[in-house]
Design a binder for this molecule. Structure first.
Ligand code: 2BA
Length: 147
């Protein structure tokens, strides 16, 4: 009984748990670091997906990546923000999920990532699956075991 439930949880399709793309803050590869810093600061997220003009996933960008790129020897060189592009400073290798993946794969990956980008078979960005959503599902499962 217990293992059937566990298997049920692990085999759940992730598509029911994603935050859809239109609700996810993102930046585009050609954007300036200045624009990206504005998006990150205004939304309050520490890291957001980077997409191309066709909405395909290209990487991730965090405030830390931007500030490191303008660190001078004795000061932060804010005046350089305008000339730096998102693709100069973003992380290119990102962990991601396919829309057809199961909860098990998400659980394995989310240990090292606060959120996972979800793409379709053409690489188009579909949304994200956050650690918060995964923990909520795990909590529901654990509490059910106790009753
Ligand atoms: P962080 O920005 O570092 O946020 C860590 C946690 O803080 C979030 O966990 C959430 O519980 C809370 N939080 C931060 N900003 C929030 C906000 N504006 N509104 C409500 N809660 C907020 P998770 O929800 O598990 O998200 C994990 C990571 O996923 C976030 O890390 C962020 O990098 C990304 N993320 C989540 N929702 C996003 C969205 N709509 N657009 C872009 N990125 C998002």
């Amino acid at each position: 009984m217990l293992s059937t439930n566990k298997q049920d949880l692990l085999n759940l399709p992730i598509k029911d748990f994603i935050i859809s793309s239109e609700k996810v803050a993102h930046v585009q590869i050609g954007n300036s670091a200045e624009h990206a810093l504005l998006v990150l600061t205004r939304t309050g997220y520490s890291s957001v997906p980077v997409l191309d003009v066709k909405y395909r996933l290209k990487g991730l960008l965090s405030i830390k990546m931007i500030t490191e790129s303008i660190l001078g020897l004795e000061r932060i060189e804010y005046d350089r923000l305008e000339s730096i592009r998102v693709d100069d400073v973003m992380e290119h290798e990102v962990a991601y999920l396919q829309i057809t993946d199961t909860f098990k794969r998400a659980l394995d990956l989310v240990i090292n990532h606060a959120f996972l980008c979800v793409i379709d078979e053409e690489g188009t960005f579909m949304g994200i699956m956050t650690r918060r959503v995964i923990l909520k599902q795990l909590k529901r499962y654990i509490y059910q075991l106790e009753t």
